[in-house]
Design a protein. Structure first.
Length: 263
């Protein structure tokens, strides 16, 4: 699946470099800035195990890490620790104390609509429709997505979310959107997008390129789906986007694949 397209191939080293490490974890080369999203770099976390091949480790010194919410499969403290305590970590407002208690000293809390800059990189938190409580008894910090901008590039990372009203034209014009299309098991809980609703999100966002995420990388212990089952959400999503939003290019990247240049 690495680098496959639903239609209209796009490949340029003048665009955004994307490495899909699995689940909601991407390493993004934005030209002068590197961003790591929701790092989940281990083979197991809580009751989940990695189904896809383990990825090569990301760069040890990203410009910034963005965490969309505090669920264990998106805010994995042991994965964050691999990046060092001084790496800037952007978290939803209300999530900073959790990270600071665990030794991270460059934590940036943002509420939806707030921004932070590091050199040429601007990170802006966006709304999301998803529970952000860290189960079972941890803090609740809501959930956000992020707009990631450098000169000439604008990327939307949705994190975990369902459809929400402010999604219409969010961040337009978008070069690239990273959109969840599934979950980590045979059933999809509330606050998530399935492939059809994810295609509706793309119709609202209108990005030039979209990459699906949050499917086929992790599953609960004892769940052993076939490779075809793991790929199915992304393939259904690609078909739906092609039908609804033919101007948007779909890139389906295999978890653990190398860097691909898009947008």
């Amino acid at each position: 699946m690495a680098g496959t397209e639903a239609h209209h191939p796009v490949e340029t080293t003048n665009g955004t470099g994307v490495r899909f490490l699995g689940h909601a974890t991407f390493e993004l080369d934005l030209g002068g800035a590197t961003v790591l999203t929701d790092p989940l770099l281990r083979q197991r976390v809580t009751f989940l195990r990695r189904l896809a091949p383990p990825p090569l480790p990301p760069s040890p010194t990203p410009t910034a890490v963005v965490v969309s919410h505090l669920h264990h499969d998106h805010c994995d403290l042991r994965s964050l620790a691999l990046l060092g305590p001084s790496t800037p970590v952007v978290v939803p407002a209300g999530g900073a104390d959790l990270l600071r208690r665990h030794g991270f000293d460059a934590v940036v809390p943002l509420a939806a609509g707030q921004s932070w800059r590091a050199g040429e990189l601007t990170v802006t938190a966006t709304p999301a429709r998803h529970s952000g409580r860290r189960e079972p008894w941890g803090p609740s910090a809501g959930a956000v997505g992020y707009l990631l901008e450098t000169p000439g590039r604008r990327v939307y990372f949705a994190g975990d979310t369902d459809l929400f009203a402010q999604m219409e034209g969010l961040g337009a014009p978008l070069d690239l959107a990273l959109v969840p299309v599934g979950g980590w098991g045979p059933r999809l809980g509330p606050g998530h997008l399935d492939p059809v609703r994810a295609a509706e999100a793309v119709a609202r966002l209108r990005p030039r390129v979209v990459v699906p995420m949050h499917y086929g990388s992790f599953g609960p212990l004892g769940y052993r789906p076939s490779a075809a089952t793991r790929r199915a959400p992304a393939q259904e999503f690609a078909r739906e986007v092609h039908r609804r939003s033919p101007a948007t290019h779909v890139r389906v990247l295999a978890p653990g694949s190398g860097r691909t240049w898009v947008a």
